[in-house]
Design a protein around this ligand. Structure first.
Ligand code: IPE
Ligand code: IPE
Ligand code: MG
Length: 253
């Protein structure tokens, strides 16, 4: 079903147009899943699905920016994805470079700021170089934050936060009484970002796969059977529309 957001009046979205926006999630996080199955359904190698999925990233980023979403966090590679065959891991870790090679000029033109979360240091040099270049080039942009979770695992993130906190207690005068939820969250990769308002997962799976466990405490979840390479502007708009109908109570009434 294709459902347009009411404020777009069934018009095709034009990037130069200022839509009337109401209750748009500030931060949308997406578990982009189903690339392998998409490829398998077509008798193609799994990596063909990853390649197709890369172009969807750009389309969704553009739609998010048009809708005035402020942060789009995309799960691109998990700490558990290293367990896949080496050829697939290598391909997945080459994709950021390929993506940025094709789309960075357009992202810059659209005032997008590139960020990453995850254990960056152990990524291949070519991946780090391409991503660092894009971060540097977009650091002063104040449009959509396009945040890639690259070699990201929530449990690893929490453990490294705890280690850093203990180290700061030993060396920088941090004391137990200062440690609260707010301070703890500053030790996570997502420091400086608001928490996701909406979490989307594609491909029919309804699990978190170690994604943003701390940060999604009060996020709205939205699942679709659509495989990531088939995800469209309309699917994204449907998720935003459904989000707008939700009542967030945060434990209150
Ligand atoms: C998502 O697609 C991309 C990554 C996890 C990197 P998958 O590769 O997990 O595709 P399926 O789930 O096997 O279909
Ligand atoms: C989650 O998808 C990771 C990414 C989308 C990068 P997976 O396909 O790796 O998750 P599982 O194995 O189905 O839980
Ligand atoms: Mg998967």
């Amino acid at each position: 079903m294709s459902m347009k957001l009411p404020f777009f009046n069934n018009k095709k979205i034009n990037k130069n147009e200022e839509p009337e926006l109401d209750n748009i999630p500030k931060h949308v996080a997406i578990i982009m899943d189903g690339n392998g199955r998409w490829a398998k359904n077509r008798g193609l190698p799994r990596v063909a699905g990853h390649k197709e999925g890369m172009d969807v990233v750009k389309k969704v980023a553009k739609t998010a920016a048009n809708c005035h979403v402020e942060i789009l966090t995309l799960y691109a590679f998990s700490t558990e994805n290293w367990s896949r065959p080496k050829s697939e891991v290598d391909y997945l870790l080459r994709l950021p470079k390929e993506f940025l090679h094709i789309y960075l000029p357009e992202l810059i033109e659209n005032n997008v700021k590139i960020k990453t979360i995850g254990n960056f240091d152990v990524l291949p040099e070519h991946t780090k170089e391409a991503v660092n270049y894009a971060k540097e080039k977009t650091k002063d942009n104040d449009g959509l934050i396009l945040n890639f979770a690259l070699n990201y695992g929530s449990r690893f993130e929490i453990i490294q936060a705890v280690k850093q906190i203990i180290s700061d207690m030993n060396t920088s005068g941090l004391t137990m009484d200062k440690l609260d939820e707010h301070l703890f969250s500053e030790y996570l990769y997502t420091t400086g970002l608001t928490e996701p308002d909406l979490l989307i997962r594609t491909s029919g799976e309804q699990r978190l796969s170690n994604f943003l466990l701390w940060q999604i405490a009060y996020s709205e979840f939205w699942f679709t059977d659509v495989l990531w390479p088939d995800f469209t502007e309309e699917t994204f708009m449907q998720a935003l529309y459904d989000f707008q109908q939700r009542k967030r109570r945060y434990g209150g009434l």
